[in-house]
Design a protein around this ligand. Structure first.
Ligand SMILES: Cc1cc2nc3c(=O)[nH]c(=O)nc-3n(C[C@H](O)[C@H](O)[C@H](O)COP(=O)(O)O)c2cc1C
Length: 216
């Protein structure tokens, strides 16, 4: 029986903004670059309220962020959480949240963040930050958000590795999978086992996860 090893984070920044080249666009580029420096694989995608979010299966962390306009989180991100299959594909994902807005942090935490969090009650939130107009171009503010996320991710993965093991047969099966897919399937199986409260991944559990999730 072998314990899990820590895999690099596969993160997607799912964002929205009305302003092309505005503060949110600049911020996500800066967050993406900073995160890539930690060894993470990072992509970004702009939200559409009616989009198809099945591509989230390729990522284990979803970083969601948007500006606030007229007291509401930008409409395509909020709309996607309500109208599209986004919530379905966020199942078992670890989340980080950020907002860009002009209001004081306390007000934004109380009024704006819950607009997103109400849709994410079953997800683990690894980090969250309100970026003021000054923070958006502050390397320190960006680094602090990325550090918080990176540390929480590593802690979460370490905890999972410590509490989960693979049977020799399950591990053998995993090793037969082409390396490109292996890490994704390993993570999906571990997330499933974690959610179900299993401490060892066996062939039976892999079969069960496959049947339950429609394929790992
Ligand atoms: C039309 C408009 C409405 C705004 N409404 C709010 C608001 O209700 N609360 C708030 O805290 N900030 C508000 N802001 C500030 C924006 O959230 C902030 O400037 C944000 O960084 C803009 O992001 P963007 O450059 O990607 O559009 C508003 C800005 C604009 C342009």
């Amino acid at each position: 029986m072998t314990n899990s090893t820590v895999q690099p984070m596969r993160a997607i920044i799912l964002y929205d903004s009305r302003t092309s080249g505005g503060s949110t666009d600049k911020l996500i580029d800066a967050i993406g670059n900073e995160l890539a420096e930690t060894g993470a694989y990072v992509e970004k995608a702009k939200c559409k309220a009616t989009g198809d979010y099945s591509f989230l299966q390729d990522f284990d962390v979803v970083i969601m962020g948007a500006p606030v306009y007229y007291l509401l989180v930008s409409s395509q991100l909020l709309g996607a959480l309500i109208q599209s299959n986004l919530k379905k594909h966020l199942k078992r994902k670890k989340i980080a949240l950020f907002l860009t807005c002009g209001s004081p942090e306390a007000m934004a935490t109380l009024l704006y963040l819950p607009q997103l969090k109400i849709h994410l009650v079953r997800n683990k939130i690894l980090a969250e930050k309100i970026f003021s107009p000054q923070d958006v171009s502050s390397p320190d503010a960006i680094e602090s958000f990325v550090d918080e996320l990176d540390e929480a991710y590593k802690k979460d993965r370490k905890h999972r590795s410590a509490s989960l093991s693979w049977s020799d047969e399950a591990l053998e099966l995993l090793e037969q999978i082409p390396s490109f897919f292996r890490s994704r399937i390993k993570t999906a199986a571990e997330e499933y086992a974690e959610e179900m409260g299993y401490t060892m991944i066996t062939i039976d559990i892999l079969e069960e996860a496959k049947a339950d999730t429609g394929g790992l």
